[in-house]
Every structure is written in structure tokens, then in C-alpha cells.
Design a protein around this ligand. Structure first.
Ligand code: 0A1
Ligand code: ZN
Length: 860
């Protein structure tokens, strides 16, 4: 039943399913290797349908099937089955058998922790599902497509103490539980969890006064003490969505389950969110400030999907950005409100450039709404998610806050219960504002990051900015039409005062000029404030002007951006021209460090140097072949120079950033710890790690313990601390993921492949667990100079492991092939080495459809 020849699916070929699924009743008789799934579905033939009754199904053993009670023998075809059905409403029944205990792909119904090969699952193993995007077809025969929505009733039979599904609980008896979800939903939102679980309970009263029972479910043991933060974050999310979007929760219960084996971060199943345990469990001793912030954001993200994703879902998978872009945008708004808006924006842009720009400027570039795919799981990308969210932000900038709010109200009113499209989404904005969004729609259709170049002139008090936009070709799209680009601009006087506050220029042409009159002198422009569009801004500037903006810009994003541009320029010149660390940069950085009027979190961000990959991307963009080892050396040299330059100031700031009292994950304290950690990094370069070793010994929380250890590793020390760390945390798998990760990430380039290879031989390395695999191999691939070592050992190591993982878990394998996506940036020798590894992967017998598609696209 598995696809023999992978097929490309096209957006233009969309056709509706010929039947409505009015109701679905499922019975699960749970058993590790022989679970029986009984389905009873009432189908209604639809007007205009072609009468072809096809149900998806994969890896299923069909036991029996019936139509209106009479046994039938359906035809098993590629990817599912076909049957002759009546022209009237009918009841379809089927019984299938599946084997959750041997499902290592973590799609459909599986068990976690994974059983050792050939062994039965451990007594603590739980049943768990993952159905997005097309996992439901591994549970039973069904029209597994998001536009088929139905009301589900689920009966679970088994001996697990806790048995959960979507919706509200109906009945619980000896050996069974029944759940009913009153809201129509597509199969990808189905979920089932069963096992010996403990609840961390909570409750929430909605704005209309309804009581909702909340629970975070974990396995018995230490995880029970790691749920409090997640529960509070959930309540904050529920309040926020009521206050900001007017959206209320719609069931009697909301359950979250933490699972150790999970391919992604978390999943928004209706009323039963399933979370990678790393994205929900937190305690001060075991989680860093960054973990806390991420957990808060992911809990919000999944919760917000209840309206943007579940109540309004997607017509087909090409519309994925409809739910993901909007939900990422909403979770970013939430984090900005809970914490610091500028710090959130800066962090998001750093991530956007690192992941989305990288994708958009390589062989995997695709539009926010792709037009074709082979395996949809390969399109849960930074482009769909993060660029998708940028498009919502631009739309909001263009129409204004009030019209945005109106459009969203209309969207919820008009499309509640629908499986919608990007056209539906844009139409509500058109109807509310009267604007024509045809040009804006190009953002959804054209891939690639636009280059926005700007020149200026000043005459008789009039200052003019001349913009030119150009988007490079991407696979399948040689020519691009101009985008509408909102460019937020402010102007500063040479004395540092703001002479023109932020104004949004709306660029619609390939070339366009905008003028500002009545200016006393030539101003300094601050362009693309708050990063108002996902473009690469190209402007001839010098480091004096950058230092000026870093000191004076009133827009926090552009203030940071000026410092970043300064650092990048210095680093690129160090690599390409052999320049020495630039005094203007060192002075500017020191001024930021000393400026106690600035938010510590902002100072930490401003002092962080661009990543090695970011420098490589910038050099490549400038026509220079990046050498990963030279980039690493330059970055080290500049850090060392800054440490020396700031030597007298470091101890004062280190002391001033000490947070008194018990640990709190709040942004204010986290910002201080972040700056303290940054300062510790600089101090370690001049005190040989004395302060870091002291901090390690004294640390009472994971943020400071890990920061100290990381500083020691950075200066090639920390062996004893690493051993102590392992001893202390060997029973906590999430902390041990950090232990694997930091060694692979921070190993000195020449030893990185050997260190990582040794880590994969450690008894705690279970490559089938996606968190452990990513922590080890993913961190290694992020160690740019180590991964790109000239002898190719890094490429070989990663390829070996991808080949090994692919038969067990295609999804995570395919996702991790993106470590190779930048291969065309590098010199001919490295390109040849990488190409060799990619071809070796591609030639592997039985390679999954997921990995085949990715590697083929990367090879181009
Ligand atoms: N919809 C989820 C992400 C997700 C996607 C696919 C998954 O399995 C293949 C799991 C989760 C979200 O946006 O959070
Ligand atoms: Zn999502």
C-alpha cells in the first residue's frame, strides 16, 4: 500500500472530495503490536462529486469492511482503497490492525518511550498520536485531507489508567473511556493518548463565565514538578486571546500531554495538545531562561491555533501558511506583550535571517504558499512559518491597526467552521479596507528575498530617498514582479534628534522615490524601522554613520541593526581583507555595554556578534567564497579584542547584573542574566575561566550553570565541569540533551567531528529519539567551522547518521538534510565533498520519499 513512485501534488489540481463525512465513531482496542481500530462513518454523497470513493490508508491491515451493515471487499490501491458505494447517504465501517509499538516514524499511533528493538515497550510507555499532516491514514482508512471535516466520537479500550482524546469526556468505565468532540474537524487534528499519566491541574473561567478544566499530563516522577510554568503560560494565553482577539475557548476541558519522542515542537489537536516534553516541562534547576521563554511561546502558539487553525482550518496543505503564519504572528504579539517588544522583534529577525533568508537564498527556496510538493512534511519550513508571519505583519502595517482588528473579526465571523484559503483571508482585508490586494498577494506566490537598495539626495531642504527592488531568481521562478513593500522610515538630525518620526512609505514599483520637505540640514535616515518588510536592505553607509545610529536611533530595532551592520562589516573585512579589529566598533560596543540606561537584554543582543553562518551568508552575497575556518578565527579574534578593550568595565557590569532573590523566569531577570552571561564570555577570554568556574560552582539555576559551562568550553576548558554536569543530571533526559548539544556545538573545529562521533557512541545516545538526535547531530551541523572541516569528516559523519535514521524516521531525517542546503556557497573542494555525500544518501536503497525529495531539491 506504500507509494511505489512518489507523485508531485499541485495546487492547481485541487478538487473537493465527493462526500461529506457527517459523523465519525472510532473504537480503539489498544495493544502494543496489534491495536484494532474500528471506524463507523456516515458519508453523504455531495452534489457534483464524481462518485469515486477513495479512502487514504497506509501501513494498515484491513480486517473487515461493511457498507450499510453488509460486508464488502474494497479494492486496495496505491495509498488507500476504493469501493463501490450507494448514491444515497451510507454508513461505512471498517476494522483495521496497526502496530504502535513498532512505529518509530512517530506518525499515526505510536508508543513512547520507544521500545528497544525486538523488545516489548516498557511498563511506563504511553500511546500517543501525531496526525498532522497525513498521519491519520496510518490509523484507519479515511479521506485524510483537511477539507473533510467531521464530528468525532472516540471510544478507547485498554488498561491504561488515563485515556484521552479530543473534545469533552463522555464516559469513563473499567477499561474504557469515551470522548466526544462537538466541533467539526479534519482528521489531522485527531489525537489519542493513553498511559499511566499524572495531571497537573488548573482551571480557567472564560470571558462569558464558562469553567474550563485544564490539565498538563506527564509520566509519574520528576516531570510532575515541571508543569507549573506551562500551566500559568496557558492561562496567560487564554486571557490574552480573549482580550486582544476576542477569542474564547470552546470546550469544557483543555489537555496538554508531554511526550518524549516527538518529531516537532508541539501539536494543536483539538482540546488535546501534544507537546514534545522539551517544549512544556520547565524548572529553574533544569531549564534556561531561553527554555522558559520558548515554552511560553509554544504553549501560546498551540493554544491560539484553536481559532486560527482549528475553528478555521485550511482547505488543502498548500494553504498551510494560513494557519501557521497567522498563528506565529499571534504568538509573537503575545510574547511582545508579555515581555519586551523590541527584544522579541530583534530576536525574531535574527532567527528569520538565520533560517528563512538562508532557505530563501538557496536550492530549497519556495513561496510562502508553495505550488507543488511531493511530501507535505517537507514544507513545515521557516518560509511557511516565519516569512508567513512577516506577511501578516506587513499587511497590518499597510492597513493600520484598526482595520487589521476589523478584518480579523470579519475573518472569524465569515469563516468559522470553514476550511479556508489565502484568497479568503485576503478578501476580508479587501472588504474591510476597500484596498486591492492583488499585488500584495505576490508575497504568497513569489519566493526569494527581495534586495532593496537605496540612494539619497538632499537639495534646498528636500531630502529624497530613491529605492530599487530586485528579487533574485529561485528554483522554477526566474523572473519576479515587484512587491508592495512597506518601508518604515524616520529621519534624524545630525545632532541626534529625530526630525521626522516614523512614517510608512509604500513602495509598489520596481524603482520609486520618496521626498521629505522642509528640512534644515541633510538628515541621517533610519530605514526599515522595526524591520517593516522581510527584505535585504542595501545602502552605502560607513561605520561613523552606523555608530551614530547605534547611539541615537529612537527605533530600538534599527538601533540594534546599526550595531549589527557595524559588526558584520568589521568581521567581513577581517575575513576578506585581513583587516584588524576596528576601533570604531570596539568603542561603540563598549559604549553599549556601559550604557546603564539601556535594557540589559537589549545590550546583550547588541553585543552578540553575528553567527558564523550569518557571516558566511553575507560574504557569499557579496560575491566572496566564505572560508568557515577563517570566519571562525575572525569572530574569535574580534571577541578577544572586545574583551581586552572592555576589560576594566567587565567586572562592574558582571556584578551589577546579579539578580538577588529566588529565580524568576520573568523578562527583567532573564535580561540581566543574559547580559551577565555575555559579560562572562568576555571575562573568560581574559581571566582564563576563573570567574566562569566560580559561577559554575555557585550556580543555583540552569541558566547560570549552563552559561558558565559554555564559557569554559569556549576557551577549551571545562572537562571536569562536563563530567560533574553529567553525574548531576544523568537521570534527566532534557538536561542530558543539553550536555550532548553543547559538546557538539562548541567542540573546537578540528576536533568537532571526532567529539561528535564519540558522543554517538555514548550509552545514552539513542538515535531514534528525535531530541537526542537533533541535540547531537543538529548541534554538530550548527558548529559551522567543525561541520565544514576541509577533510569532509563532518559531512561524512552527518550523512552516515542520516542514512541510518531514514528507514526509522523519514521526517526527522529529511528535515536534517537542510544542514547541507548552503553547499553552493563554498569552495569547489567542499562542494565536491558535500555533493558526494548527498549522492550517497540519494543512492541508498529504499530511501524514504521525504528524504529523496529533500536531497533531490538540495542537489538542484
Ligand atoms: N502544527 C504544529 C506543527 C506540527 C506539524 C507537523 C507535525 O508532525 C508532522 C507536528 C507538529 C504547529 O504549528 O505547532
Ligand atoms: Zn503552528
Amino acid at each position: 500500500m506504500k507509494d511505489a513512485s512518489p507523485q508531485t501534488i499541485h495546487l492547481k489540481d485541487y478538487t473537493p472530495f465527493g462526500f461529506e463525512a457527517e459523523s465519525v465513531e472510532l473504537t480503539f482496542r489498544l495493544a502494543p503490536t496489534a491495536t484494532r481500530v474500528l471506524s463507523k462513518i456516515r458519508f453523504l454523497p455531495k452534489e457534483g462529486g464524481d462518485g469515486r470513493f477513495f479512502l487514504h490508508g497506509e501501513d494498515l491491515t484491513l480486517i473487515s469492511a461493511r457498507i450499510d451493515g453488509a460486508p464488502v471487499t474494497p479494492r486496495l490501491v496505491e495509498g488507500g482503497l476504493e469501493a463501490q458505494v450507494p448514491a444515497e447517504p451510507f454508513i461505512w465501517e471498517a476494522e483495521v490492525e496497526i502496530s504502535p509499538a513498532t512505529n518509530t516514524a512517530l506518525e499515526g499511533l505510536y508508543m513512547s518511550p520507544l521500545a528497544r528493538e525486538g523488545e516489548a515497550p516498557g511498563p511506563g510507555a504511553m500511546y500517543c498520536t501525531q496526525c498532522e499532516a497525513e498521519g491519520f491514514r496510518k490509523i484507519t482508512f479515511y479521506p485524510d485531507r483537511p477539507d473533510v471535516m467531521s464530528v468525532f466520537t472516540v471510544r478507547i479500550e485498554g488498561d491504561a489508567p488515563v485515556m484521552l482524546s479530543n473534545g469533552n469526556p463522555v464516559e469513563r468505565g473499567d477499561g474504557f473511556a469515551v470522548w466526544h468532540d462537538p466541533w467539526r474537524k479534519p482528521a489531522y487534528l485527531f489525537a489519542l493518548v493513553a498511559g499511566d499519566l499524572r495531571a497537573h491541574p488548573g482551571s480557567f473561567t472564560t470571558m462569558s463565565g464558562k469553567e474550563v478544566a485544564l490539565n498538563i499530563w506527564v509520566r509519574p516522577g520528576p516531570d510532575e514538578d515541571k508543569c507549573a510554568f506551562g500551566m500559568e503560560a496557558l492561562k496567560r494565553s487564554m486571557t490574552w486571546d480573549e482580550e486582544v482577539y476576542g477569542r474564547e475557548y470552546d470546550l469544557d476541558v483543555f489537555n496538554i500531554v508531554a511526550v518524549d519522542d516527538f518529531n516537532m515542537g508541539a501539536m494543536e489537536n483539538k482540546g488535546l495538545n501534544v507537546f514534545n516534553s522539551s517544549c512544556v516541562l520547565a524548572s529553574p534547576e533544569t531549564s534556561t531562561d531561553m527554555n522558559f521563554e520558548r515554552i511560553e511561546a509554544i504553549i501560546a502558539h498551540e493554544y491560539f491555533h484553536n481559532w486560527t487553525g482549528n475553528r478555521i482550518t485550511c482547505r488543502d496543505w498548500f494553504q498551510l501558511c494560513l494557519k501557521e503564519g497567522l498563528t506565529v504572528f499571534r504568538d509573537a504579539q503575545f510574547t511582545a506583550d508579555m515581555r519586551s517588544a523590541p527584544v522579541k522583534r530583534i530576536s525574531d529577525v535574527i532567527a528569520l535571517r538565520a533560517r528563512q533568508f538562508r532557505e530563501d537564498n538557496g536550492p530549497l527556496a519556495h513561496p510562502v504558499r508553495p505550488e507543488s510538493f511531493v511530501e507535505i512534511n517537507n514544507f513545515y519550513t521557516a518560509t511557511v512559518y516565519e516569512k508567513g508571519a512577516e506577511l501578516i505583519g506587513m499587511l497590518k502595517t499597510l492597513v493600520g491597526d484598526a482595520a487589521y482588528a476589523k478584518a480579523l473579526d470579519l475573518y472569524f465571523e465569515r469563516h468559522d467552521g470553514d476550511a479556508a484559503t489565502i484568497e479568503d483571508w485576503l478578501k476580508v482585508f479587501e472588504d474591510v479596507t476597500g484596498r486591492d490586494l492583488a499585488q500584495f498577494k505576490r508575497w504568497y506566490a513569489q519566493a526569494g528575498t527581495p534586495r532593496l537598495s537605496v540612494t539619497e539626495d538632499f537639495k534646498d531642504g528636500t531630502y529624497t530617498l530613491h529605492f530599487k527592488q530586485e528579487t533574485p531568481p529561485t528554483p522554477g521562478q526566474p523572473h519576479k514582479a515587484p512587491f508592495v513593500i512597506p518601508i518604515a522610515v524616520g529621519l534624524l538630525n545630525p545632532n541626534g534628534d529625530e526630525v521626522v518620526p516614523t512614517r510608512v512609505l509604500e513602495m509598489t514599483q520596481a524603482e520609486q522615490s520618496f521626498s521629505f520637505d522642509g528640512l534644515p540640514s541633510k538628515p541621517v535616515p533610519s530605514i526599515l524601522r522595526d524591520f517593516s518588510a522581510p527584505v535585504i536592505l542595501e545602502r552605502a553607509s560607513d561605520n561613523t554613520e552606523r555608530a551614530f545610529l547605534l547611539a541615537h536611533d529612537t527605533d530600538p530595532f534599527n538601533k540594534w541593526e546599526a550595531g549589527r551592520a557595524l559588526a558584520k562589516d568589521v568581521l567581513c573585512r577581517m575575513v576578506s581583507e585581513g583587516a584588524t579589529p576596528d576601533g570604531a566598533y570596539l568603542d561603540a560596543a563598549l559604549a553599549v555595554l556601559r550604557d546603564d540606561g539601556l535594557d540589559p537584554a537589549f545590550r546583550a543582543l547588541a553585543l552578540r556578534l553575528p553567527s558564523e553562518d550569518d557571516i558566511a551568508q553575507t560574504l557569499f552575497g557579496a560575491g566572496i567564497t566564505p572560508d568557515p575556518v577563517e570566519i571562525h578565527t575572525a569572530r574569535e579574534t574580534l571577541s578577544q579584542a572586545l574583551a581586552q578593550h572592555a576589560a576594566d568595565t567587565l567586572p562592574r557590569i558582571y556584578a551589577a547584573m546579579t539578580v538577588e532573590g529566588p529565580y524568576r523566569p520573568e523578562a527583567e531577570d532573564a535580561g540581566k542574566r543574559d547580559l551577565q552571561g555575555t559579560v562572562l564570555g568576555l571575562l573568560s577570554r581574559i581571566d582564563g575561566g576563573a570567574q566562569a568556574a566560580a559561577q559554575y560552582d555557585a550556580a543555583g539555576n540552569m541558566t547560570q550553570q549552563l552559561a558558565a559551562l559554555s564559557c569554559l568550553l569556549m576557551i577549551d576548558k571545562g572537562e571536569p565541569e562536563l563530567a560533574r554536569f553529567y553525574e548531576q543530571w544523568k537521570d534527566d533526559r532534557l538536561v542530558i540533551d543539553k550536555w550532548f548539544g553543547m559538546q557538539a556545538l562548541q567542540a573546537p573545529p578540528a576536533r568537532a567531528a571526532a567529539v561528535t562521533d564519540a558522543l554517538t557512541r555514548h550509552p545514552d545516545f539513542d538515535f531514534r529519539n528525535p531530541n537526542r538526535f537533533r541535540a547531537t547531530l543538529g548541534s554538530f551541523a550548527a558548529n559551522a567551522a567543525g561541520f565544514h572541516a576541509a577533510d569532509g569528516a563532518g559531512y561524512r559523519l552527518l550523512a552516515d547518521w542520516l542514512i541510518r535514521l531514514d528507514p526509522l524516521n523519514p521526517q526527522t531525517t529529511a528535515r536534517m538534510t537542510t544542514s547541507f542546503e548552503t553547499w553552493k556557497r563554498y569552495d569547489a573542494d567542499r562542494q565536491a565533498l558535500i555533493e558526494g555525500e548527498l549522492r550517497r544518501i540519494l543512492n541508498t536503497d529504499g530511501l524514504s520519499r521525504d528524504t529523496t525529495e529533500m536531497v533531490s531539491r538540495i542537489l538542484g
